[in-house]
Design a protein around this ligand. Structure first.
Ligand code: HAM
Length: 418
């Protein structure tokens, strides 16, 4: 039965049309080039993972609690579309035996992630990330390295006006005592906090610090800062990361309220924003250290640090400042058969393709109409094919920029087009 309304794409997802593909390729190629320059190898993991693995990202995390795309259960496994890649890359590092090789493993991954978030500009339900992970390295040198790599990628693709925010959120040794202090501070203020924040106070008090609601803001500045309460090891790590960034000439801002939305972080956390913007949904790239994640997944305790860049957001910025896209024609050469010459036109196209991209206009329309659409497409050459030409295996080649026309044999086409 015919439908009254055409079927549209699912909400919050986008098609990348041919005109936008060159920018995507540039952003991805830039990512791969920079990653390789820093000695990282590519890894690809499945877009489906066991829900149990994903929950290790943090059950109070929005991406797990509210935004997870769970699949209908088939058989014994509970599966979902990955909301992020770090948990899966850590899993693959152990399952694939990379933990047995030289350490650390420097890995990168480019691919789609899925979160059932409220769609808006820059926030999609399917989006692409450039992930960089160093697994099996505890030194602050790796923290500074992935931050430098993220900055180099943004620079390489032409996104230069960025702001880097940095913080340390301690580890399992010092964070519990800090969280007690934070709760002690916020408890008397509880009734004045937003309802969501009231719930977070006991469950996940760190998230009170990155609350975006206006009602919570007046209380932040007097809240204890975690960087004032780090244990000796975390304090030394924090100092060294900053020293390394200073030495590399990388500017950053210490944001004591930066805590990140995923629960697995320890010590270093960071976010890159476009110059001027603030707030989590605008981050272009973000990450941090996750020394407890491997153990939370059931593997031997192994340190790790990394980040993910949001390709959709970075490409939106590239599109604003970059060259207009969509100017490249799909093919250099268009074969225009005059009449019912599909077999012959296909053969001519096959010959031309040995030297240039070539397409055929098979539509049953006049030669003049075909010329008009070839012109609109911006092709460099057309090959006009009449029934008399076809019978003799000849054609007329027209250079679209000069208007020059040449009659020639099919076999001469490659040399003339090269
Ligand atoms: P995340 O902050 O959740 O971290 O996401 C990283 C980046 O992905 C963000 O900075 C943003 O650019 C982009 N992004 C996130 N959600 C969306 C969305 N709905 N639409 C468009 N872009 C989005 C992680 O995913 C961590 N796994 C990063 C990491 C790697 N940490 C350590 N290693």
């Amino acid at each position: 039965m015919p439908r009254t309304q055409p079927i549209k794409a699912a909400r919050g997802v986008r098609d990348i049309l041919p005109a936008a593909i060159p920018l995507w390729r540039e952003a991805e190629q830039g990512a791969a080039d920079v990653a390789r320059r820093f000695g990282y190898q590519e890894i690809a993991t499945p877009v489906i993972e066991q829900v149990e693995l994903i929950q290790r990202v943090g059950e109070d995390t929005d991406a797990v609690a509210k935004e997870l795309y769970r699949l209908e259960k088939r058989g014994s496994q509970d599966l979902a579309l990955r909301p992020e890649a770090t948990a899966g890359v850590v899993r693959a590092y152990f399952e694939g035996g990379l933990n047995q090789g030289p350490q650390p493993s420097r890995l990168y991954l480019i691919g789609p992630m899925f979160r059932h978030d409220k769609p808006q500009k820059g926030r999609y339900r399917q989006f692409s990330q450039f992930n960089v992970e160093v697994i099996g390295g505890a030194s602050p040198g790796f923290d500074a390295e992935v931050i430098e790599l993220a900055g180099s990628w943004l620079d390489e693709v032409g996104v230069r006006d960025v702001r880097l925010e940095l913080n340390s959120i301690g580890d399992a040794k010092c964070r519990p005592a800090y969280l007690d202090r934070l709760k002690d501070y916020y408890r008397p203020l509880k009734s004045r906090l937003h309802a969501d924040s009231q719930l977070r106070l006991e469950r996940n008090p760190l998230r009170l610090l990155d609350s975006k609601v206006g009602q919570d803001q007046p209380f932040k500045s007097a809240a204890p800062k975690i960087t004032d309460h780090l244990c000796a090891d975390c304090a030394a790590h924090w100092a060294l990361v900053r020293r390394l960034l200073d030495a590399a000439g990388i500017e950053y801002e210490h944001n004591p309220y930066l805590v990140r939305g995923l629960d697995y972080y320890t010590r270093t956390v960071f976010e890159f924003y476009p110059g001027g913007a603030r707030g989590q949904q605008d981050a272009l790239a973000s990450g941090g250290r996750y020394d407890g994640l491997a153990e939370a997944e059931g593997w031997p305790s192994t340190p790790g640090v990394g980040f993910a860049g949001g390709l959709d957001r970075v490409i939106e910025l590239m599109a604003v400042k970059g060259e207009p896209v969509g100017t490249r024609p799909a093919a250099d050469v268009m074969v225009l058969p005059d009449g019912d010459l599909a077999v012959e036109a296909a053969e001519v196209a096959r010959i031309c393709r040995s030297v240039r991209s070539t397409a055929v206009d098979y539509e049953p329309k006049s030669l003049a109409a075909k010329m008009r659409s070839a012109n609109k497409l911006g092709v460099k050459f057309v090959v006009l094919l009449s029934p008399a030409d076809a019978a003799q295996r000849t054609a007329r080649l027209r250079d679209m920029s000069s208007g020059e026309q040449t009659d020639l044999a099919w076999v001469e086409l490659p040399t003339r087009l090269a």
